[in-house]
Write a protein that binds this ligand. Sequence first.
Ligand code: ADP
Ligand code: FRU
Length: 310
Amino acid sequence: MTSLRVMCVGLACVDIVSVCKNYPEEDSDQRVLDFYWQKGGNAANSSSVLSLLGAESEYLGSFANDNEMRFLHEDFSSMGVSTSHCRTFDSGFMTPTSIIIVNSQNGSRTILHASKNLPEVSLEDFKRINLSHYKWIHFEGRPSFNTPTHEIVRMLAHIDQHNNSRSESEQLQTSVELEKPARPELDQLLDKANYVFVSKEYSQNKGLTSKEEAVKAFIQKCRQGASVICAWGEDGAAAMDSQGQLVTSCCFPPDKLRDTLAAGDTFNAATIFALMEGKTLGEAITFGCKVAGAKCGIQGVRGLRDIKFS
Ligand code: ADP
Ligand code: FRU
């Protein structure tokens, strides 16, 4: 029997968040309304939301052996996310950190990310995973430093090989997120997964001006049978399958916008969750927008556990 376990591969970092009354002026000095640390990183956030929604969830990434790592471990474990296959780099490595300003007027988040020397997950690390324990593996498109062929391309090829010898119902699904426009090497990933999440920023960087235009353009570059999904902030989300069928969802704004940090990661996780449950592409992105909208009304993602979604 196929397991329902889902794994998200990518970054875990510490988000050091200051909530400000207004977005601050340069060279000013003021007190903030609130200040806290929380676990961040797209894959870390998505794996947490998957667990909060009820999936059996695992995170795969690298840890540095420092105090921040202990904070991250505790947070993963309190959210029920396994980190059992993560590699810890012993000395001289630093946990990536983001300094984040949340504007209390509109929930906007401004991120200053610092990533010094922590290595990315390698194919070698990935090959230690027993793929038959998983139903879905999601990759956050990360930088690839060492090789002309992206390391995630190699991991996805490894999954394809695993799937080739299995019946359709036993095959594991793959998805990849292309978010940061400053990473042209991510283009290599477009035709390597079953579901491709492209961000508004990534699409705009290619001259695309709406979610519909984005999915129509990117589906041409995806592989046979794949679908492409694009979240567009307050404009909701769109998706297209390989037959060219377009589906869209509006956004579901909360009563008050408190915190949009990780809205995209939440959308990805909730969409994957719905697809794992057998929902259609249209139903899945609508669920993604509902959960992401609810997230924008609360601080962090933890409170999603207590919300009932239809
Ligand atoms: P990111 O966090 O990566 O910038 P987006 O801004 O595209 O991601 O948002 C992802 C999803 O979160 C959107 O599709 C939408 O459903 C939801 N969302 C984002 N901003 C808002 C908002 N202001 N109000 C309600 N929902 C929002
Ligand atoms: C939100 C996020 C933050 C992290 C930053 C890294 O999507 O994952 O938690 O600090 O992006 O780019």
